[in-house]
Design a protein around this ligand. Structure first.
Ligand SMILES: [Zn+2]
Length: 93
């Protein structure tokens, strides 16, 4: 579900101090801002499994299910168009 209103993400250092990957943490936070919930416990291949993937998990990409959820919420874009290059179009009115 698309979140309504403004989304604020605070990037602390606790996760990286514990050894978690900064890019994965940022991508996970972006996933939340796009309306994806946590998926814990979950495998490293799931971006929204977050810390459940362990400190050795550095995969910053959403899995197919996560991509589908975001595309269902945002993929039509503000004009109903879709990018032809296969990239995800994200709009925010
Ligand atoms: Zn989370």
């Amino acid at each position: 579900m698309r979140p309504s209103g403004r989304v604020t993400a605070w990037m602390g250092r606790a996760g990286t101090a514990e050894g978690y990957d900064a890019v994965r943490i940022a991508a996970h936070g972006l996933g939340h801002s796009l309306g994806l919930p946590d998926a814990k416990p979950g495998p490293c291949s799931s971006l929204m499994s977050g810390s459940a993937g362990g400190v050795n998990c550095t995969d910053p990409y959403p899995d197919a299910s996560e991509r589908s959820r975001v595309e269902a919420d945002y993929g039509a874009g503000p004009t109903g168009g879709r990018p032809s290059d296969g990239q995800l179009l994200v709009d925010r009115a």
